[in-house]
Design a protein around this ligand. Structure first.
Ligand code: SF4
Length: 258
């Protein structure tokens, strides 16, 4: 009997994939495989538990045991918007380790909740390569589905979640595109970090503290970069925060005088 292994990240895309697999194959041979990075938003686990209850499939949790920050220290490398060893060590490796023991290659299919948006679809070949030798399917990207903008896709998946009686993860309502690592994903760009500063300032402060500590250890490393006149410069979170706070204060002062 084929095993259906949904790589369940706790985000809406993987929720949509799980629903699609359940509708097509039932849930008796389904696994919801989820990697715990240790810094997820608590509401991710509420959403994951709700999904598990809905489908009658227990969560299969795997973990490296380190947080991304602990990993960066061990590897002496700060993950950033270009290179993310945390994905490899905290997500892919623990999941593959579980798969090697529990998911025979010839009799298992891996499902990934990539959404049918231009940007996400471009990642399909690399993701399929990463999961070799297992077969990989992308249930939200079948050829009958129309291509969507990120906003349309998010709105559809939020509707789907609510239709099944499950409130979507709160990070989406706060404006995030993903429910990853509690809003402090190192792969996210400046826009998301500013959102974290506005909406989850205590998480931003912790990330800023961790980055500063890694900079003391490793030198001029940063999560973000900025380009000026074609040259890339390091952009520490502390500098981004000061700039953002100044911009907010300037806007508030301008509104008061107008
Ligand atoms: S979500 Fe971001 S920070 Fe978390 S493991 Fe993946 S790349 Fe790293």
């Amino acid at each position: 009997m084929t095993r259906h292994i949904v790589q369940f990240s706790g985000g809406l895309g993987s929720f949509g994939a799980a629903i699609s697999v359940a509708e097509k194959h039932g849930t008796s041979n389904m696994t919801l495989l989820i990697a715990d990075t240790g810094i997820e938003d608590p509401d991710l686990w509420r959403f994951a538990d709700d999904t598990s209850r809905l489908l009658g499939v227990p969560l299969t949790k795997v973990a490296d045991g380190r947080t991304p920050w602990e990993l960066f220290r061990d590897k002496r490398f700060l993950g950033n918007d270009r290179i993310t060893p945390c994905t490899v060590w905290l997500k892919q490796k623990p999941c593959r380790k579980w798969m090697k023991v529990n998911a025979p290659v010839g009799d298992s299919i891996v499902y990934i909740g990539i959404e049918k948006t231009t940007r996400d679809r471009a990642r399909i070949p690399a993701i399929a390569r990463n999961w070799r030798p297992w077969r990989v399917q992308f249930p939200l990207c079948n050829r009958w589905m129309p291509e969507l903008s990120k906003e349309e896709s998010k709105a559809q998946l939020m509707d789907l979640s609510r239709w099944y009686g499950i409130e979507p993860p709160r990070l989406y309502a706060l404006g995030y595109e993903h429910n990853n690592c509690g809003g402090t994903c190192v792969r996210a760009g400046q826009k998301q970090w500013k959102l974290t500063l506005d909406k989850l300032p205590e998480r931003f402060a912790e990330a800023e503290r961790q980055e500063a500590s890694l900079r003391e250890l490793l030198g001029d490393v940063t999560i973000l970069r900025e380009r000026r006149q074609g040259v890339a410069y390091s952009l520490p979170l502390s500098r981004l925060r000061r700039r953002h706070e100044a911009a907010v204060a300037f806007t508030a002062a301008a509104q008061e005088t107008s």
